[in-house]
Design a protein around this ligand. Structure first.
Ligand code: SAM
Length: 367
């Protein structure tokens, strides 16, 4: 049987489901925001064991009229990977029944564990809070306007201000952004377990665009013998105090970069066009010290490398979405070929790519 444009009805129904799924996928984001706003991962974590629906609604102080709705939301979040449903044995109930009963209960998964705030473990809730903050997410309503504008970034069109100035003028958004990047950097702790060798034999490292120093703190704790400089815009580092092996230096990476055995760039180059990246990389190249007669230091880049032939479909989809997110800032996520091109333009011919976290790679570039 055929319908529109000679397509079979089943093809059209599948297509409709695809469109509706994408339309409603905003609810995936909003439900993720809801579990964080309601601190549900923390509630389950503090409970110390899987939590029943009644225990959860009593802590959340949900009116009885909404209990069933919480169940629906929690089961959807379970379905998409944020909780596991398991069985627990409960003593007695509200009717004075003292018998032990088996009840279903929600447990944390690896994904919701990453949303628990205030423990020593990595937490990426601030990134979710920043990206889904109404001020930030509202920008995405203006993509068509951005496409018909010749030069301006999406944020400039909607706010009239360049991104870094916009953050500077909006301390709340700046705080959310810094916390988001800090949370993201905590994932480095996990990745470093397998990547010590990238930092062996180094005495000094400059973290270019190192923000408020969260990545630096992780590195300086892990490698206490390493002298670490966080280099960022003067307004970003002006009130930050260093300690022992960690110092903050203000400056402009387009002008010059302090010299060191290694230059680290984490999530910096994807903010910039190829031409700007080439300028930054040339300055990095100039800043890398000669370690001995036949040994130079290196540039260490922590960024995405798009590789749809090799990556799992979910990771490729994430990298494509991140690329769209960077395009509207007039930056980009890059494939190996694109990285190689900008390295060559900056006079850097030797590099090696290692997988680092799920979506981040570690690229060592040898000047
Ligand atoms: C996306 S953030 C990355 C922060 C940090 N590397 C991280 O991953 O947590 C980019 C950083 O580049 C800094 N930045 C922007 N322009 C800069 C410039 N011209 N010179 C030095 N740093 C700059 C910003 O202030 C910001 O902290």
């Amino acid at each position: 049987m055929t319908s529109n444009n000679g397509r079979s009805t089943s093809e059209s129904f599948k297509a409709q489901a695809l469109v509706y799924r994408h339309m409603f996928s905003i609810l995936d984001s909003m439900c993720l925001k809801w579990i964080i706003d309601s601190r549900i991962p923390n509630i389950i974590h503090d409970h110390g064991k899987p939590i029943t629906l009644l225990e959860l609604v009593s802590i959340l102080k949900i009116p009885s009229t909404k209990v069933d709705r919480i169940d629906v939301f929690m089961r959807y979040m379970t379905y998409i990977g944020y909780f596991d449903i398991t069985k627990v044995r409960i003593h007695g109930d509200n009717d004075g029944n003292n018998q032990e009963e088996e009840k279903e209960a929600f447990a944390l998964t690896a994904a919701s564990e990453l949303l628990v705030k205030g423990t020593e473990n990595p937490c990426i809730s601030p990134m979710v809070e920043f990206v889904l903050d109404p001020v930030h997410s509202d920008f995405f309503n203006y993509l068509s306007k951005w496409f018909s504008d010749e030069n301006r970034r999406l944020y400039e069109i909607t706010s009239g201000t360049p991104w870094w100035e916009l953050l500077d003028k909006n301390p709340r958004l700046l705080g959310l952004f810094n916390d988001a990047m800090a949370g993201d950097s905590q994932m480095i702790k996990l990745a470093l377990k397998d990547h010590n060798m990238a930092f062996e034999g180094l005495e000094t490292i400059v973290d270019v665009g190192g923000g408020t120093g969260t990545t630096a703190q992780i590195f300086s704790e892990k490698f206490p013998e390493l002298k670490y400089i966080v280099f960022d815009l003067p307004q970003v580092v002006k009130n930050l105090k260093g300690c022992n092996n960690l110092n903050f230096v203000g400056g402009d990476m387009f002008e010059s970069i302090p010299k060191a055995d290694a230059i680290l760039l984490k999530s910096v180059l994807h903010n910039w066009s190829d031409d700007n990246c080439i300028k930054i990389l040339r300055n990095c190249k100039d800043a890398v010290k000669v370690l001995s007669k036949d040994r130079k230091g290196k540039i260490i880049i922590l960024e995405t490398v798009i590789n749809e032939k090799q990556d799992e479909p979910e990771i490729t989809r994430l990298k494509f979405l991140m690329n769209i997110n960077m395009q509207i800032m007039h930056g980009k996520e890059r494939s190996e070929e694109e990285w190689k091109n900008i390295f060559h333009e900056a006079g850097l011919y030797d590099y090696k790519i290692f997988s680092f976290t799920g979506y981040l790679s570690l690229i060592e570039v040898y000047p």
